[in-house]
Design a protein around this ligand. Structure first.
Ligand code: GAP
Length: 472
């Protein structure tokens, strides 16, 4: 398994992801996407958007990040959106108590101390209140990873919502929150969308957008950050049909990752032992990160908790009225909720390969990012074989022509093998080389990244050739 540091350093070196405000020492939990990162992220979100909304009964919205503060009272976030926090008195380091315990279990398992790890895991699965976390930490003498000591404070609740003020007065009356999930922007628009788009259950509303959580511990690169993007879809259904739709969306979402090239051996289901305040069934799709399995998407059966609650807090009806069958109900909801930034990171890890190769008769080693062609930040690179005899001009023209259809790079520097290596490392699926023969018969070689096989095709067919392969 690739090390996380290897991914972070490649991401920086090749311009996928930079630490936010790096020149000032960075800001914990915030990251910036560089030139290749933004292409990959956009392709990832676009793949999701097409999958979810290019179908009969799902439409999109793009709601404001700052919503009426009552939204978060109704959703339960003001009262309940908190994590158990614990401080170490020596190092002053602060931790999420459940994460501290989980990481200790992970370390024990790596040292083959499975008996004790299993005992802690068993206790963790039964936790009901903050004191239970505290007791595990004390009973098993779990040390602070920084100071190594066990002088802990008690475990307290810490609300994860970022507060700010709307308008010129900084007081309680103007207090608002940066949304901690995009889903509420969908719930509050449920009636607007259903009526304006003339929809009836079952139907879905999809949204991609930023969410903010003042996470106690931000680490593992993009896995747990304070600003991130979610791709969420709420599927509104008739009460009583939730089990069948839950199963349907579980299968749809799993297959989406697999069809985009995620290695099924690195994926697993995780059933929720403890359900969130709104859910009656919930399951996560997990991916194997270098630090262990972690959630990339949750599929939740949210009952009609949110719509009911918005109905009572706003006084506005949130019902679907079926005039044909003389029926009315507040729909139930199946939610699919994936992190765009977390999924992006999973695909960076999933795509990374180091291998020894023989290409054009030469031995070499290469790092290759095996992104699905739909996700690859650059689709095509164009090279002249040598920088003379009209080849650069010919290659440059192909580059200009192809740029209209997909992200394309033009590279003239170094031996052709070096140029392939540079493109492999950023996952470019196709490289076209203009050589002496091109000038005679207007054909080029096109090399496929994973197999490294080359085809000779007419210049006029490059675009069609690539589109065919991307859609496969
Ligand atoms: N609307 C439901 C909801 O927000 P969640 O399980 O809290 O559910 C859904 O979040 C997804 O959002 C997660 O599966 C994860 O991919 C992503 N996510 C949550 N917190 C995150 C964080 N701090 N940093 C990055 N991604 C996060």
């Amino acid at each position: 398994m690739v090390k996380l540091d290897t991914i972070i350093s490649l991401a920086k070196r090749r311009g996928f992801v930079f630490q936010s405000s790096e020149i000032y020492g960075g800001l914990n939990g915030f990251w910036d996407y560089g030139p290749l990162g933004v292409e990959l992220l956009n392709n990832y979100k676009q793949a999701w958007w097409r999958e979810m909304t290019y179908r009969d009964n799902i439409v999109g919205v793009d709601a404001a990040i700052i919503m009426h503060p009552k939204t978060w009272v109704a959703s339960g976030h003001v009262a309940q959106f908190s994590d158990p926090m614990i401080d170490n008195k020596t190092s002053k380091a602060r931790y999420r108590a459940d994460n501290l315990i989980e990481e200790h279990i992970f370390k024990l398992k790596n040292k083959n101390k499975t008996d004790i790890a299993n005992q802690i895991e068993e206790r963790l699965s039964k936790v009901e209140k903050n004191e239970d976390y505290y007791q595990i930490i004390i009973d098993f003498q779990i040390p602070d990873p920084v100071s190594g000591t066990t002088d802990w404070t008690e475990v307290r609740n810490f609300n994860l919502m970022f507060k700010t003020f709307v308008g010129p007065v900084e007081d309680e009356s103007g207090t608002v929150f940066l949304r901690p999930e995009s889903a509420q922007g969908i719930f509050v628009n449920f009636k607007n969308v259903m009526d304006s788009a003339r929809l009836k259950p079952p139907f879905g509303i999809a949204q991609i957008g930023k969410a903010f959580r003042n996470e106690i511990n931000t680490k593992n690169f993009l896995f747990r950050t304070r600003e991130f993007e979610q791709m969420e879809m709420q599927y509104f259904i008739k009460p009583g049909t939730e089990k069948e739709w839950f199963e349907y969306w579980k299968e749809q979402r799993w297959n989406w990752y697999v069809n985009l090239g995620m290695d099924e051996k690195k994926m697993r289901w995780k059933l929720h032992d403890k359900l969130a305040h709104y859910a009656n069934y919930a399951v996560d799709i997990e991916f194997e990160f270098p630090f262990g399995f972690g959630e990339i998407e949750g599929i939740h059966s949210r009952t009609n908790f949110d719509l009911n609650s918005h109905q009572s807090h706003s006084g506005k009806k949130m019902e679907y009225v079926d005039t044909v069958n003389q029926d009315r109900y507040v729909p139930y909801v199946i939610e699919t909720s994936g992190g765009a930034s977390r999924g992006f990171m999973a695909f960076l890890i999933n795509s990374y390969n180091e291998e020894k190769i023989v290409e054009d008769g030469k031995e070499d080693t290469r790092v290759v990012m095996r992104f699905h062609p739909k996700l690859a930040p650059i689709t095509l690179a164009v090279f002249p074989l040598v920088n003379k005899d009209g080849m650069p001009e010919y290659a440059h023209q192909i580059y200009k022509d192809m740029q209209k259809f997909f992200p394309t790079q033009y590279d003239t520097s170094g031996a052709i093998g070096r140029r392939y290596r540079r493109q492999d490392e950023i996952g470019t699926p196709f490289c076209v080389t203009v050589d002496g023969q091109t000038l005679q018969d207007h054909t080029v070689t096109i090399r496929e990244r994973d197999s490294m096989l080359q085809d000779r095709i007419p210049v006029s067919k490059i675009r069609e050739y690539i589109f065919d392969k991307i859609e496969k």
